[in-house]
Design a protein around this ligand. Structure first.
Ligand code: HEC
Ligand code: HEC
Length: 373
């Protein structure tokens, strides 16, 4: 069975019986800081042979994310919590309310989606075909990151339905550009399972970029509806929420930072300046450790925006997700990594300083920095 995104939900989702309890989790994410994961304990339901993706939603493993499950499941958790809390003003099923609002605004045929101009609707059907063929095995047919391969992969395939991405030419908290998503697809994410789709015809890559945008924008709308509903005890005005989300995705609000000065020579002086910044004002050592081994004092403290444990990279011998080109290292250091604790330096260090940092990182990656110094 192929599940179309946002379409009919399998019955197995209703079959669960379990208690939700709320666990607070905050992660730094630009101005929008709040996520509400739900930890749960319950018996695993009886799984149909075809429904691998759903299995992920029923786990007690600490390192399995409670967030990483389809939207409708989140909402049913909310419904359970709402039912137990007399202060809530929402009567009935929050799940149904939010799904209805989401379908009305971001269903394929919706006027709002068409007039927003945020998704090129002429590419959507083709994009969906590419997605189901090429991406669903990892990212799940609903884009929730729960494809059949997902449990075997570290890092896990992205849940694309949170509007949250790691790698972009825009700072953490801002949304990626179309070009960023296209680049990620083309390049792949080195050192993760995310392959390069260089061999996929360019037009198909652009098609699936539109599809990813649609999944992300719609998913983000649903998530923000829930977050606000949770905080306020009532359903927010859906059009206001749609405004908030769409604002984030408009080109004019996606500030790009590219290297604005030419790369200085990669020499000992630059590496030394980079080392000083790394250990000093740029604060990299707190996570990555003085010699970049990923063993700084804060290294064990973090969860990412999807609810998983995340550790600072050991930069020694590392291959970088963004690839080896110096410009890309500049960009990842300047912009930070979305959904992770790694904030960007664009506002803090000078563009030259960021080059020096990139050089120090390359020096560490090439084995030039002894451990424990
Ligand atoms: C073999 C598994 C696999 C396949 C197939 C796959 N991905 Fe991924 N994808 C991943 C993993 C794993 C990550 C997370 C990497 C990380 O967190 O560093 C990811 C991350 C992403 C991201 C997020 C990038 C970011 O900046 O956060 C996007 C977008 C994405 N994939 C799109 C796609 C699309 C579109 C396809 C199909 C054309 C696809 N992926 C196919 C495994 C896969
Ligand atoms: C608050 C903790 C934290 C700080 C501070 C931090 N990082 Fe990171 N960094 C991380 C984490 C976590 C990852 C792994 C992200 C992932 O795997 O998705 C990472 C990954 C990286 C990567 C790999 C990028 C890639 O494309 O694979 C580089 C390079 C890097 N950091 C450099 C730096 C530099 C330089 C600084 C200081 C300017 C810095 N980091 C500060 C937490 C931090």
């Amino acid at each position: 069975m192929i599940l179309t995104p946002f379409g009919e939900r399998p019955d197995t989702r209703d079959a669960r019986a379990g208690k939700a309890h709320v666990a607070g989790l905050f992660w730094a994410f630009g101005a929008s800081l709040l996520a509400l994961p739900f930890a749960r304990q319950q018996d695993a339901p009886d799984w149909g042979a075809t429904d691998h993706t759903r299995k992920l939603a029923y786990t007690d493993d600490e390192d399995e994310s409670p967030l990483d499950k389809p939207f409708a499941m989140d909402v049913r958790e909310f419904d359970e919590a709402v039912a137990e809390d007399p202060d809530w003003e929402v009567a009935g099923s929050l799940a149904e309310l939010v799904e209805r609002e989401s379908a009305a605004r971001y269903g394929r045929e919706s006027e709002r989606l068409a007039s927003s101009g945020l998704v090129d609707l002429t590419r959507l059907a083709a994009g969906e075909r590419v997605f189901l063929l090429e991406c669903a095995g990892c990212h799940g047919s609903e884009g929730d990151g729960g494809g059949p391969a997902a449990t075997h992969l570290v890092p896990r395939p992205r849940n694309l339905r949170r509007g949250l991405f790691k790698f972009a030419s825009t700072p953490v908290g801002s949304r990626p550009l179309r070009e960023d998503l296209f680049d990620t697809l083309t390049r792949g994410l080195v050192g993760s399972a995310m392959p390069s789709f260089r061999l996929l015809p360019e037009e198909k890559r652009w098609d699936v970029v539109e599809y990813v945008r649609w999944v992300a924008i719609r998913g983000e709308f649903e998530q923000v509806m829930l977050d606000i509903a949770w905080d306020d005890g009532e359903l927010p005005d859906p059009d206001e929420v749609a405004e908030i989300v769409e604002h984030r995705w408009r080109r004019e609000n996606q500030k790009v930072s590219y290297p604005s000065v030419a790369e200085p020579p990669f020499d000992e002086e630059s590496v030394a300046r980079g080392r000083e910044l790394f250990r000093g004002s740029a604060g990299c050592s707190a996570c990555h450790g003085d010699t970049g081994r990923g063993d700084g004092p804060s290294a064990d403290e973090f969860r990412d925006g999807w609810g998983y444990r995340i550790y600072p990279r050991n930069l020694a011998g590392a291959s970088f997700r963004v690839g080896d080109e110096p410009e890309r290292l500049w960009s990842v250091i300047a912009n930070g990594i979305g959904g992770t604790p790694m904030f960007g330096q664009a506002g803090a260090a000078s563009p030259e300083g960021i080059w020096d940092l990139a050089h120090f990182v390359q020096h560490v990656a090439a084995g030039g920095e002894e451990a424990g110094r």
